[in-house]
Design a binder for this molecule. Structure first.
Ligand SMILES: Cc1cc2nc3c(=O)[nH]c(=O)nc-3n(C[C@H](O)[C@H](O)[C@H](O)COP(=O)(O)OP(=O)(O)OC[C@H]3O[C@@H](n4cnc5c(N)ncnc54)[C@H](O)[C@@H]3O)c2cc1C
Length: 449
């Protein structure tokens, strides 16, 4: 039987259950569909990174990966007819837009007499499958993590891919994606830099596996160093996990093979699964407060936009915030500690809407991921899964003293502020005053006297 493997967030050949299932049954057309309607709201950095990951997958398939531009349902039905494919295999999508798109595509395929075969997800435990005894979804990380550990123990290890017989067909180049991304930019991002981050990390399954092997050998040291910004000691696997150049099953298997317990690192991977699960159960939470009520009302006037622009450009005068935001501009990536501090500053000291910050992050990050990003932001803003929401206000100066004590991280990303010709930038706000303001607004929102 001939079939199509529709690649999406699974740009790899190893541990790829959808590809393995199709290849076991016969020849495979490997297809990636550039959907201009979806790509328009993808930021240029992620668009470029994705096209680089696609180019790597194309090369790994012996240049048999076929890339076409258009509406996925129409492209898939036409391609299936062209090559005589009886089924379309894909890794199931779990985001709100991905699920809606897959439902529409499944309908179109079935009407055309072509089978739709979603297999596995980009997660170890499929989002939407774990529930509390009461039947309600998990909202607290600790409880979810315990249920996850139980379920993950029953999940099979990495899937073996049998030899693939690729079906040849005409297509376009990965760069076609670059032409259609970033044309629908949210209005509040007007005037901010548009060029893709120049120092993007490398993409593709080959470099992902190398990075994983390198990290797996030192994962036990992760817990002690992960927040030390000058050390740059985290795995940097997030872009690979985001495009699916790696599956987290492969990551866990590599830690086991290297004999690394690395509990703190494994826990971070579970946060990724938790947020995907929260979003699966509550698709609305992509752009709305998960808690629904009780959040302070953010500023949205002209002065708020001005503050937002300074934050996004890395021009706040606070070294750790500015270093993080500059790294986002140049590399399209930031370590978690910097993301926390930058996000907290925007919401708690600048009193701006978490959605503004989240959309700038999504626009600039190579790993921009609707579940981890939106819920990372909601956690910081106190509208999401954090149990102690409004009183957690990170002081960026104290955070820098603690997590960048020698200033190495700041120096790396803000060279103009150090050295003999150093330009000292004053902080754009008084941290103590704005902290009090944030607490007062939070009390008002809760209806406290
Ligand atoms: C405001 C904010 C926005 C974020 N936006 C994103 C995003 O768009 N995409 C994204 O992948 N991560 C996001 N994160 C989570 C986290 O910051 C990144 O996953 C991490 O910094 C990536 O670096 P790493 O691969 O070196 O992580 P490591 O520390 O090596 O962790 C390993 C992996 O665990 C996962 N992980 C780690 N921390 C978290 C976390 N807090 N939440 C969810 N997953 C986690 C990631 O897949 C990561 O690759 C966000 C966090 C915050 C606070």
């Amino acid at each position: 039987m001939r079939s199509i493997v529709w690649f999406r967030r699974d740009l790899r050949l190893h541990d790829q259950p959808a590809l393995a299932a199709a290849a076991t049954r016969g020849p495979v057309l490997g297809l990636f569909v550039v959907d201009p309607a979806l790509a328009a709201s993808v930021g240029p950095t992620r668009g470029w990174y994705l096209s680089e990951a696609l180019a790597s997958l194309a090369a790994a398939s012996g240049h048999r990966l076929v890339i076409r531009v258009g509406d996925p349902a129409a492209v898939l039905v036409a391609a299936a007819r062209e090559v005589g494919a009886a089924a379309v295999y894909a890794t199931a999508e779990t985001t709100p837009r991905g699920r809606a798109r897959d439902a529409a595509v499944a309908d179109a395929l079935v009407q055309a007499g072509i089978a739709w075969r979603p297999i596995s997800t980009p997660y170890v435990v499929d989002p939407g499958t774990l529930r509390q005894r009461s039947g309600r979804p998990y909202r607290v990380f600790g409880a979810y993590a315990r249920a996850w550990a139980d379920a993950a123990g029953r999940v099979p290890g990495p899937a073996e891919t049998p030899p693939v017989t690729w079906i040849a067909a005409a297509g376009t180049e990965p760069a076609a994606l670059r032409a259609v991304v970033g044309t629908r930019r949210p209005a509040h991002l007007a005037g901010l830099p548009t060029a893709p981050a120049p120092a993007r990390p490398p993409a593709g399954e080959g470099v992902a596996l190398e990075a994983l092997l390198d990290f797996a050998g030192r994962a036990d040291g992760y817990g002690a160093t992960r927040d030390q910004l000058g050390r740059d000691a985290t795995s940097r696997l997030s872009p690979h996990l985001h495009v699916g150049a790696l599956h987290p099953r492969t990551v866990l298997a590599a830690l086991d093979a290297a004999g690394q317990a690395a509990p703190e690192f494994r826990r971070q991977l579970v946060w990724r699964e938790f947020y995907a699960d929260v979003l699966w159960h509550d698709p609305h939470s992509a752009w709305h407060d998960l808690r629904g009520t009780g959040a302070p009302v953010p500023d949205r006037d002209g002065a708020a936009r001005e503050r937002f622009g300074r934050w996004a450009r890395g021009d706040t005068g606070l070294a750790l915030v500015d270093a993080g935001m500059r790294q986002l501009l140049t590399e399209g990536w930031m370590p978690n500690r910097a993301r926390l501090v930058c996000a907290s500053f925007l919401v708690k000291h600048l009193h701006l809407d978490w959605r503004w910050g989240a959309s700038w992050f999504l626009w600039r990050l190579v790993d921009g991921d609707v579940a981890s990003n939106q819920h990372g932001w909601q956690w910081v803003a106190g509208t999401g899964t954090d149990a102690a929401p409004y009183h957690r206000i990170l002081n960026p100066v104290r955070q820098a003293e603690r997590f960048d004590p020698e200033g190495d991280y700041a120096r790396r990303h803000l060279p103009e502020r150090y050295g003999p010709q150093a330009v000292v930038a004053p902080a754009m706000v008084d941290l103590a005053i704005e902290r009090r303001e944030a607490l007062a607004r939070a009390a008002l929102a809760r209806g406290a006297p």
